[in-house]
Write a protein that binds this ligand. Sequence first.
Ligand SMILES: [Zn+2]
Length: 350
Amino acid sequence: MKSIDLTQEKVVTLGDLTGAAQADTTELLLGESALVTPSALEFLEQHRISLRRGAQAPAAAQTVTPIAAGPVHDLFTSPEAEAVKEEICHVGRKLWQRAYVDGNGGNISYRIGPNAVISTPTLMSKADLQPQDLCLVDLEGKQLVGGRPRTSEILMHLEIYKEVPEAKAVVHCHPAHATAYAITGRVPPTCVIPEFEVFIGKVALSPYETPGTPEFARTVIPFVKNHNTVLLANHGIVCWADTVTHAEWYAEVVDTYCWTLMLAAQLGTPLSHFASDKAADLLAIKKRLGLPDPRHESKECELCDLPEVPGSIAMQPRPCGLSPSLNRAEIDAIVEAVTDRVVAALNARR
Ligand SMILES: [Zn+2]
């Protein structure tokens, strides 16, 4: 085992490690209160270098970086920040209890100042969070203070904060039913359940990128202004809101909705949708609540997706002017007529 000794460093950065580590390095010795930057921590993980603090402390020992007096200290220890830390820990436990976060998955943050965000740490179960585990980062992801390194996914949260001034809290998690939609590239239909319509409504689907990277963080940018919930392809979901609790509510609402749709699909009968004028009523409520929806500027006839048919979940909005309530026989008649025309066209080519 080859150790490198950085016990004199107060902060260990990626540059410190690349300068000191050799191919056969297996252990890093650190001072009790030294802070390891997220990129340095990732380097340690990639090179399987274990971290040992002080003489007796075990590798995973938790340390709290002393906070120097000043504005950052005042902000991070303010009554508002302490209340937010408690709320984040409470929400973390709710996410874990609902099986929305597996292993150390998921992350939570709150924008407490113009350039200050409270974040959950990397490599911790959300069930075990304590207020002292949380950290403070700036809008570029630089950790300002905190006992543990911030999550690498904070970059996605920060893109949301930069893009949406109303966003104060972000929750990212992997709930099974909504993630099932995300891994099949489907988005749930609209105009089926009023609560979903008001609190979430149209969901966006962002393209896949490697989690934790700046490229992944940027995938949500085109969607978050008009959507408070985004399905992350082959990954999970992200929700933003005015409070951490509300962002977690949206995760519950979207996952339960996806679950209900899956159960309904097993019944083998197409979903019944409510009509566009009822959707307009719900969108009016939504607008009063200040919740985003890309349909706020749409015509009434564009508000609802087409009725579902077996084997298809994500569908385009119904073209304006069509009857809003085709029954099954009418749909069959249309399908038959279209099929006849296609077959006739193919025959005419031969
Ligand atoms: Zn994730």
